[in-house]
Design a protein around this ligand. Structure first.
Ligand SMILES: [Zn+2]
Length: 174
């Protein structure tokens, strides 16, 4: 399955489908399969071609979601790691800014970075999850979208809890 983003190829994709007999990719306008010679049912071919195009789109959307999530994760982990390193080198700066403030800043970054993904995953799910395809790429795209959504919800919840704890600490300790 093509991983590349497909901006204009969608209608073009509608013209090909998988031969139900030999599973080669063939043209819907053909009378017989050029690989196995099976006669082609044009209605079924059109439906199959439409499904194939949707599955293709689902895979490319999922791969876009996945790379964006990887960038967001890298940004969060990188920032946390950078702060940790900076803090161990110059603890005075950390004390000056305040550990609580740094924690709040980090949580804010985590929240901003994970916020789009539950919605993005749900939108993908509503659009594509029902497609009746056992294509391997599609199944792994589905799993990736689901785990990205869950991971983002966990990150959001954890960050929210830490923010609440910091504020509770501030209130109870003046
Ligand atoms: Zn065939």
């Amino acid at each position: 399955m093509a991983e590349a983003l497909n901006f204009d190829g969608t209608t073009e994709d509608l013209d090909v489908f998988e031969c139900p007999h030999c599973h080669e990719t063939i043209d819907t306008s053909a009378e017989v399969c050029r690989f196995c010679g099976a006669k082609i049912d044009h209605e079924a071919a059109k439906k199959a071609a439409h499904l194939l195009a949707q599955v293709d789109q689902a895979c490319s959307d999922a791969s876009y979601l996945r790379s964006t999530a990887a960038i967001a994760l890298l940004l969060c982990v990188g920032t946390a790691f950078g702060l940790l390193r900076g803090g161990s080198r110059s603890p005075r700066v950390i004390l000056l800014v305040g550990i609580q403030n740094i924690l709040l800043g980090l949580c804010a970054l985590f929240i901003v970075c994970s916020l789009p993904f539950p919605f993005w995953s749900m939108r993908w799910w509503a659009k594509y999850a029902h497609l009746p395809s056992d294509d391997e790429d599609f199944q792994s795209a589905r799993a990736a979208v689901r785990s990205t959504g869950y991971a983002a919800v966990v990150a959001l919840t954890a960050s929210g809890v830490i923010v609440c704890l910091v504020f509770i600490y501030r209130i109870t300790h003046g």
